[in-house]
Design a protein around this ligand. Structure first.
Ligand code: PRX
Length: 650
């Protein structure tokens, strides 16, 4: 990040204000100030952006600071699928495309209108009911990016079941952990999926995950690749066969605003993933309102977020936000570079995409393949570009702005997290001065702050830890089954604040610059991976005595995984062993956590109490010399540092 306080500023142009809700900086400031002065009044007013079965809530916000119990609109009744589907069907959008599904092969396309979406989701909802799924039951979903994934998610929400989507790139072990943590009753998976022209297996991994014994009673399997799969009699059923008997009418379950909507697991700084729990009302409202304001979606437009629904971005901004706002949302099965490096642009041109939302890693990848791949496409439909998942470096930002957006489209760099449910810091296209590499301004009702270790507030321009002052409607409510961990991780670190785990800096214009994670969580190609999860996988190998994992900068992926392993006596480091260790991580965590570099070490830098100093390893992996490491005299064995530097692999 090279802003150095001299960043170039791009004020909104006249055409950026057209049709968007907030049309000037003054308007933003006025509403923002109101929203901070009285957040409850603000959100009560905003609540009309969605429909409620009953608006008779006990209070807008209840916040018990001590036990961190948060509720928004408790007592209010709604169903998110009513907002995402029925209300549009009732309001003249029955025949508007809700989801455009673009398969990996170009002619593999399905378009679902809001009317058809209601039909599909209702049938899947009835199918789940017939398998005994009811309100509050957990359903794990392990599917590729096929329409049935969207139907399954929405069907759960319709009957009040709590969905837990597990990204298809996760391993069987990861799936097992995510099923057992929340005691899922049903697993919805498929015979496989397509990725970059190859069929990948999912059912085999699902079978492996269930082998050890879980609470799953029923497995529903979607046919996608046609691969031969092992089905267990009495437990496994084909989706299309069950669906044949499902009625197309299913009234949405009446949900309290505070009833759970979904669990989504995310990495933290211990090996055990955290089951982030979101609830119905606040999440529905916040994702809708942020979608409308930040993307400025206008009727008739086509919106495309390239994320996978296995991540929070897909939950909030492929499905719930856009559908609740009545948008046409593209769901894409493929990858950016198959069959050719211009796949994104070809799809954007084909569907005349107006709003395009992707991750910096994809931007960097496409920038590297060269401008010719993009210049062959007519991208004049694009109105706005979005970025999410990691800091976008100014070089990538400029390329995105200049080459993809033809200098016409504002770039909204949106900062948020699985835990925050929706976008927290982002420009608004008609109001905010853009700065390349900067997430800029807090959304309404959000009060970010940068603080020092001692909890005092940072000065303007000073790097600190990013915290948020008070709960907002889509904040996670707890970690599934572990409220203490929820409190300890997010609320007790800097009492009184929600701690994001990110570093940040606020400049003289009040713009927020995100500086990346300050904990042991890495961001590899925009995927959040806990160092501890990878370490646990490595230690599972018989040759490994200890392992430490740190991120190193990577030109395309942002960060890559650098591993230090100390072998047990009797084992020798070799390329063969490296391959085994890589395979172990891929098996235990998933291919997304594949280490880039494995360095065999005689020892690891530790404090005298035995804590591995990842801070030092980070610097060594990144090319630091002895003098760059700060004080190492407190280490149990300071000599280890020079050995590690000598053995570094670049
Ligand atoms: O470090 C921040 C980074 O991604 C983390 C959250 O990861 P996850 O829960 O997987 O959600 C990603 C998609 C919302 C954050 O703690 N991050 C996300 N967006 C940005 C970002 N870092 C910098 N700039 C962003 N726009």
């Amino acid at each position: 990040m090279s802003d150095e306080g001299i960043a170039k500023v791009f004020p909104p142009r006249e055409e950026h204000r057209k049709g968007v809700p907030i049309k000037s900086e003054e308007e933003y400031k006025r509403i923002y100030d109101e929203s901070i002065k009285d957040p409850e009044a603000f959100w009560a007013k905003m609540a009309d952006r969605i429909e409620w079965f009953s608006k008779d809530w006990d209070s807008v916000l209840e916040y018990d600071e001590k036990d961190v119990r948060i509720s928004w609109f408790k007592g209010g009744k709604l169903n998110i699928t009513h907002n995402c589907i029925d209300r549009h069907v009732n309001n003249g959008r029955k025949n508007q495309a809700a989801i455009i599904w673009q398969g990996e092969e170009d002619d593999d396309v399905k378009v679902y209108t809001y009317g058809q979406l209601l039909y599909e989701v209702s049938r899947v909802a009835n199918m789940l009911k017939a398998k005994g799924v009811g309100k509050g039951d957990r359903v794990s979903i392990y599917l590729p990016m096929i329409p049935e994934l969207a139907f399954a998610v929405l069907a759960c929400a319709r009957i009040g079941a709590i969905h837990s989507v597990v990204f298809g790139g996760f391993s069987s072990d990861a799936l097992y952990n995510r099923i057992t943590d929340c005691d899922s009753k049903v697993l919805i998976t498929s015979d496989g999926g397509f990725r970059g022209g190859k069929a990948i297996d999912l059912k085999g991994k699902a079978n492996e995950a269930l082998e050890a014994g879980t609470t799953v009673e029923t497995v529903i399997v979607v046919r996608r690749t046609g691969a031969d799969v092992v089905m267990e009699e009495g437990r496994d059923f084909w989706y299309h066969e069950l669906l044949a008997d499902a009625e197309p009418q299913c009234e949405p379950e009446v949900m309290d605003a505070e009833d759970p909507l979904f669990i989504l697991y995310t990495s933290g700084s211990t090996g055990k993933p955290k089951g982030v729990l979101h609830t119905c009302g606040g999440y529905n409202l916040y994702t809708t309102v942020t979608f409308e304001h930040i993307f400025g979606y206008q009727p008739g437009e086509v919106y495309w977020c390239t994320a996978d629904i296995g991540w929070i971005t897909g939950h909030s901004y492929i499905l719930y936000g856009p559908l609740s706002a009545g948008a046409t949302t593209v769901m894409f099965e493929g990858v950016p570079n198959y069959p050719q490096p211009d796949r994104f642009w070809q799809v954007a041109e084909k569907w005349k995409v107006n709003v395009f939302y992707t991750a910096p890693t994809a931007v960097r990848m496409m920038r590297k393949t060269g401008d010719d791949w993009i210049k062959m496409h007519d991208l004049s439909s694009l109105r706005l570009l979005g970025s999410v998942g990691e800091p976008i470096d100014p070089e990538a930002w400029y390329w995105y702005y200049d080459v993809v957006g033809g200098q016409r489209c504002p770039v909204v760099d949106t900062w948020w997290q699985t835990e925050t449910g929706g976008i927290m810091i982002s420009p608004l296209p008609g109001a905010t001065n853009l700065k390349p590499g900067c997430a800029t301004k807090p959304f309404f009702g959000i009060e970010p702050l940068t603080i020092r270790e001692d909890r005092s507030e940072c000065d303007v321009g000073e790097n600190g830890r990013l915290v948020i002052k008070r709960p907002w409607p889509s904040i996670m409510r707890t970690l599934w089954g572990d409220h203490e961990r929820f409190k300890d991780t997010y609320w007790n670190v800097y009492p009184g604040y929600y701690f994001t785990g990110d570093g940040g800096r606020i400049d003289e214009d009040g713009d927020v610059w995100i500086l990346g994670r300050v904990d042991d969580v890495m961001s590899v190609a925009g995927h959040r991976i806990g160092a501890a999860e990878v370490e646990a996988a490595l230690i599972g190998h018989p040759a490994v005595a200890e392992a430490a994992v740190v991120p190193v900068p990577d030109e395309i992926k942002g960060e890559a995984i650098y591993v230090f392993v100390n072998l047990k006596d009797g084992y020798e480091g070799s390329d063969e062993l490296r391959k085994e260790l890589v395979a172990q991580v891929r098996h235990d965590v998933g291919p997304i956590a594949t280490p880039k570099i494995i360095q065999f070490a005689q020892g690891l830098p530790k404090t005298r109490s035995g804590k591995i100093m990842r801070r030092i390893l980070r610097k060594i992996a990144g090319g630091g010399m002895h003098e760059d490491l700060g004080d190492v005299s407190t280490l149990a064995d300071p000599d280890v540092v020079d050995q590690l530097i000598a053995g570094r692999i670049s």
